[in-house]
Design a protein around this ligand. Structure first.
Ligand code: AMP
Ligand code: MN
Length: 355
């Protein structure tokens, strides 16, 4: 097992959370967290599948694929998120079945949390009473669940769901392949960054052979941009700043209103700053209606932005992370530039603002 795979199993109902006795793998600690999760799925009847708020491609695709696995197993699965599914993922098979809610309740045998470093990341209320199964691949992933499977080498959580589906002996339908391919495509930024390994391409090949259509999926994800997103990018680009190896840009709430932008239109804007030659760290700041600042951090190479985000209460991956900060924007920018400069200095002493 990879040293980057972490598992922990809480077998008993000692805590306040109350795993249903018939699904909890009491007294049995298997070698693989995947086996323990499969056991929970086999024993239960009804599951809630959730992911983080403002769902991205990995969140949506892995939820849908998990729902399809449970369907093949003859189980009932409710798919719930706090925020609506972005337009570019609405064409995914089954996307119309994902419900939005503020609170969850129901006779669930377990809640499957995908891509979350804690129940709060879902922004759904009412999680505390359930048996929680945590499947994640973030550098900042935590063993918060009763059953935890965190593999930091996986390109996406969808890749982990895929392994689970294969281990369950379920069929990789074209619909499942499409959802999983979308998780891999989007979490690697179109096979550009993140934890890409030779196996990532092997997985993409398998999924393509199983019926995922890379051209159609790319068309939905990368060539269905609403005009509002480009207008918002234009506003952000007028605020683009560069200092040595760092670049950053921002939009105010007024920019959002003026361009008729939706929250999902902010996705990827940070990459304009990261794309600049010589830039190793990039930040995109968005002013929220209530005055807080939503920050997206990106880096190339060894600059660890997950560590910066985690110090400030957020999280993510080494090269892609996020957090919500106090406003105003000027203060958030000052804070983050100081963090990024010391991050650069730590890996390249003396070069922190070199051009
Ligand atoms: P974003 O910039 O919002 O696209 O996020 C980049 C990466 O960081 C994604 O993998 C997110 O799941 C992760 N991330 C963003 N915000 C948080 C947070 N508050 N806590 C943990 N992980 C986060
Ligand atoms: Mn992910």
């Amino acid at each position: 097992m990879s040293s980057r795979v972490h598992t922990s199993i809480d077998p008993g109902p000692q805590g306040t959370a109350s795993p249903r006795a018939d699904v909890s793998p009491v007294g049995w600690v298997p070698d693989q967290p995947m086996d323990a999760i499969l056991d929970v799925l086999r024993r239960g009847e009804r599951f809630l599948v959730c992911s983080h708020s403002r769902p991205d491609g990995d969140a949506v695709g892995s939820m849908l694929a998990m729902g399809m696995l449970l369907g093949q197993m003859g189980k009932r699965a409710d798919l719930v998120t706090a925020d609506r599914i972005p337009n570019i993922y609405r064409a995914l098979p089954g996307a119309e079945d994902i419900r939005t809610a503020m609170r969850v309740h129901g006779p669930y045998d377990a809640v499957i949390l995908l891509e979350c470093d804690g129940p709060d990341r879902t922004r759904l209320l009412g999680m505390e009473s359930f048996y929680l199964v945590n499947i994640d691949h973030h550098a900042t992933g935590r063993n918060f669940g009763h059953l935890n499977w965190i593999d930091r080498d996986a390109a996406s959580v969808g890749e982990l769901v895929y392994r689970l589906i294969k281990a369950a002996g379920a069929q990789i339908t074209p619909e499942i392949a499409t959802c999983i391919y979308t998780t891999v495509l989007t979490d690697t930024g179109g096979f550009c960054y993140g934890g890409i390994q030779p196996s990532t391409f092997a997985l993409a090949e398998e999924l393509t052979r199983a019926g995922a259509d890379p051209i159609q999926i790319a068309r939905e994800v990368y060539f269905s941009t609403p005009t509002s997103k480009l207008l918002l990018a234009g506003a952000a680009l007028t605020n683009l700043k560069r200092d040595g190896r760092l670049a950053w840009l921002w939009v105010t709430h007024a920019d959002m209103i003026r361009t008729c932008a939706a929250e999902e239109d902010c996705e990827g804007i940070v990459n304009y700053a990261l794309a600049i030659s010589g830039v190793e760290g990039a930040a995109f700041f968005r002013e929220l209606p209530e005055g807080c600042i939503r920050l997206s951090l990106r880096s190339k190479g060894r600059l660890d932005v997950a560590a910066i985000a985690a110090r400030l209460g957020g999280g993510g991956h080494e090269n892609a992370a996020g957090v919500t900060l106090d406003g105003p924007i000027s203060q958030a920018i000052e804070l983050i530039l100081a963090e990024l400069k010391s991050g650069i200095a730590a890996i390249q002493p003396g070069f922190e603002t070199a051009r």
